[in-house]
Structure formats: C-alpha cells, structure tokens
Write a protein that binds this ligand. Structure first.
Ligand SMILES: *[C@@H]1O[C@H](CO)[C@@H](O)[C@H](O)[C@H]1NC(C)=O
Ligand SMILES: *[C@@H]1O[C@H](CO)[C@@H](O)[C@H](O)[C@H]1NC(C)=O
Ligand SMILES: *[C@@H]1O[C@H](CO)[C@@H](O)[C@H](O)[C@H]1NC(C)=O
Ligand SMILES: *[C@@H]1O[C@H](CO)[C@@H](O)[C@H](O)[C@H]1NC(C)=O
Length: 374
C-alpha cells in the first residue's frame, strides 16, 4: 500500500467540495436577488405571454360572431346552477332500434323511480319496448350516419329533450351496446357528487388526431386546440346548455369535419366536444369518459364481448381500472396514463361499459347483483 496516497485523498477532497458548493450557493443567491428582468415579469403573467424567447403574439381581432359566442359562453359558465329539490340523471340512449339490454337496465332502474329520466333516440327503426320504464320514452328521431354530423345532431336532439325537464342535472349518453357496471346509487352519487363533466379529451398528434384537422377551421379553431375523445359523454346541466347554445364552433365542424373531406376522414362526434370544451372550459371536464371500451386489440372496431367472454372476472377487471390510458396514433404510439381523480381522490374510472353482443344478456343478468354490490 502506498501510504502517501492514502494520506492525501481524504484531506484534500472535502476542501475541494466545500469550495465548489460555496461557489454554487453564491451563484444561486445572486440569481435569486437579481433575477433577469424577463423572468421576474413572468411570475405575474401567464406562461403564454411571458416566454422570454418569443415576442408575445398580438391578440387576434375577433369576429362579431366570436365576440357574441364568448360572452354567451362566459355567462352560461358563470351563472350558478339552480338546484332542484329532486335532482335527476337523464339517461339518453342513442340506438338504431330496440334496446337489447332493456331488461338489464330495468333491473338497474327499479326502485329508484323519481331520480332518473329515460330518453331513447332510435335512428333506424322504431324502438319497441318491453319495460314500462321505457314505454313512451322515444323521442322524435332522425336518421344517423356513422361518423357524420347527423350523429352530433342526434346527441343535441337528445339533450334538448332532456333539458326540458328542469330536474335533470346530469346527462349521460349511452348506446344500445352499453351496460351499467355499478348499482344505481353508486352511479347517481358519482355523477351528482362532482362539478365536472366526463368528456374524453386528449391531444393526439397522429393521423387519427391532429391529422384530421383542417385549416378551414381557422381562425376560430387553431390546430393547437384540436382534441380527440370518445363520443360517449356525460355532462352536467350547464355544459348541456352550452352545447345547445354553441353555433359558431358547431358550424365549423359541420362544414369542415366530415368523412372523406379533402382526402382525409374527420368524425365530428370524436372531435367537436373534446375540442370545444378544451377551448371554453378545460378545467370543467375530467378528460375521460365514464364508459369503458377496449381498443387494445388495435383493430378498426373495439372489442365486443360475446356471451362466453362475460364472467365475474371480466367485470371485476373493468370496474377496478382507476387509470386512464390514451395512446397516440402516430408511429411512436405514445402511451399517456393518468389516474382517474374524482374530486381530487383516486376512484374507479368507469360506470358503464361497451360493447356487448345481445347474446350476453343472460350472463349479465345473472351477474348483475353480484358485481354491482357497490
Ligand atoms: C362546485 O363548484 C362550486 C363553485 O365553483 C363550489 O363552490 C362547490 O364546492 C363545487 N362542488 C363540488 C361538489 O365540488
Ligand atoms: C383536463 O385537461 C386540461 C388540459 O387540457 C386541464 O387543464 C384540466 O385540469 C384537466 N381536467 C382535470 C379534471 O384534471
Ligand atoms: C383480468 O385481468 C388480469 C390481469 O390483468 C388478466 O390476466 C385476465 O386475463 C383478465 N381477465 C379477463 C376475463 O379479462
Ligand atoms: C353470485 O354470488 C353468490 C354468492 O356470493 C354465488 O353463490 C353465485 O354463484 C354468484 N353468481 C354468479 C353468477 O357468479
């Protein structure tokens, strides 16, 4: 062992470290006491305005329609909502015809009369009902073409009908292949106990996201505000009114977001509400849908469950999901995961699930009381 080396290193290293740490501290204190001017200003301004490397963009001159839309939106959002004595949830079924899971839904609703209202929009053929809860609940309907604006029109028609009842405070859009995952009380309390709407919303830079954007949307809708999300929403009353009040942004989607437009496809039901709410009330939406669907097979359509697939384990798996996963459609296939936060607490994300084949009804009926204990 060379003794000199052993003796030198322990004594010199601490001194060298102390000098370095002192210099760093002096530099940090200096930066804190004398911050560069641009940074100091940033503490008081929003991040958009204060990026020190870019001059602030001049505010665009708004059109008359935009000025009008902005005041209407602002006022609807600022008016405190009227609390009825008997608040109800509106269940709005968007279906081609009869509902294959009507018996299951009846089981779900029975005993909770007075706390829900049902609306059925049958877009292909008359919806024939077997349950007294559903009889007489069909609204005047129009044909719906998949992916076209008529889909959003049908959603608005359902909302307009449901808004006529002042007791309806939350509005859930469901398809004929949807089933409930919890009992009525759980779902009612989940939707009514929070201030937000459950609208799926994320930024997908890939061909199925931003790739569907058209410059014709300008100036009102900029590319950076383009969002995507599943169609199956659940909105509070204020947001339902907002959807019906909007004609400015809606007409842009009606004109420029269509299948086959300009050589690419755009589906208004996947982009209008996510982009609209991202622009007008981003913190008012949860950014996920309470209706589960399984896209993990990576096909053009989501997984649909047959009778053999439906067992206690499947339903338990779906109800235990408490994280939302969004995958971008570009080559990177980036996966974004976020916990489902309900009033700041981590909770299961899903209240409903799709898609189930009609043949799954018996299994679902048998399991219903078991998996909906909460
Ligand atoms: C809903 O929002 C209002 C005002 O923004 C707030 O006072 C109230 O506590 C919120 N309610 C819930 C359940 O978060
Ligand atoms: C939803 O996303 C927006 C950003 O687009 C964010 O501002 C908002 O807080 C999110 N909502 C919730 C409930 O976290
Ligand atoms: C439930 O989840 C587990 C763990 O992710 C998985 O191994 C299993 O196959 C799932 N079962 C069903 C029926 O989906
Ligand atoms: C439901 O639960 C009960 C008691 O836990 C059990 O006996 C029954 O087999 C279950 N039914 C199904 C369809 O799993």
């Amino acid at each position: 062992m060379p003794p000199a080396l052993r003796y030198r290193s322990p004594s010199r290293r601490p001194l060298w470290i102390i000098i370095l740490v002192t210099l760093i501290c002096v530099a940090l204190i200096g930066a804190y006491v004398y911050p560069p001017r641009q940074y100091a200003a940033c503490y008081f301004l929003s991040s958009d305005v204060c990026s020190p490397w870019l001059p602030p963009a001049p505010a665009r001159v708004y059109t008359d329609d935009e000025i009008a839309a902005h005041v209407v939106i602002r006022d609807i959002l600022s008016i405190p909502s009227f609390q009825p004595k008997n608040p109800k949830v509106a269940f709005m079924f968007l279906t081609p015809g009869s509902l294959p899971f009507e018996r299951l839904w009846e089981k779900f609703f029975l005993g909770h009369e007075g706390r829900f209202t049902i609306y059925v929009h049958a877009s292909k053929e008359k919806s024939v009902h077997i349950s007294s809860l559903f009889i007489g609940r069909n609204i005047r309907s129009e044909k719906v073409a998949w992916g076209k604006i008529s889909m959003v029109e049908a959603e608005k028609r359902l909302l307009a009908n449901a808004l006529q009842d002042a007791d309806n405070q939350h509005f859930v859009l469901l398809s004929e292949s949807c089933v409930p995952l919890h009992n009525f009380d759980y779902i009612y309390n989940y939707l009514m106990g929070t201030n937000i709407s459950f609208i799926d919303c994320f930024e997908d830079p890939g061909p199925h996201g931003t790739g569907r954007y058209s410059e014709h949307m300008l100036p009102e809708i900029e590319k950076k505000d383009w969002r995507k999300g599943a169609q199956w929403f659940s909105v509070k009353r204020q947001h339902a009114v907002l959807i019906l009040a909007d004609s400015l942004y809606y007409s842009k989607f009606k004109l420029y977001c269509k299948p086959g437009k300009e050589g690419h496809n755009c589906y208004a039901d996947e982009h209008y509400l996510p982009s609209f709410f991202h622009m007008v009330d981003p913190t008012g939406i949860a950014n996920w849908s309470v209706t589960h669907v399984d896209w993990s097979e990576g096909k053009w359509h989501p997984k649909a469950y047959r009778a053999v697939d439906v067992n206690f384990e499947l339903l338990k798996n779906i109800t235990s999901i408490d994280e939302i996963v969004h995958v971008t459609s570009n080559l990177k296939k980036q996966v974004h995961r976020r916990p489902c936060l309900w009033n700041g607490m981590k909770r299961p994300c899903y209240l409903f699930a799709r898609k189930f084949y009609p043949e799954a009804i018996d299994n679902l009926m048998n399991l219903f009381s078991n998996f909906t204990v909460i």
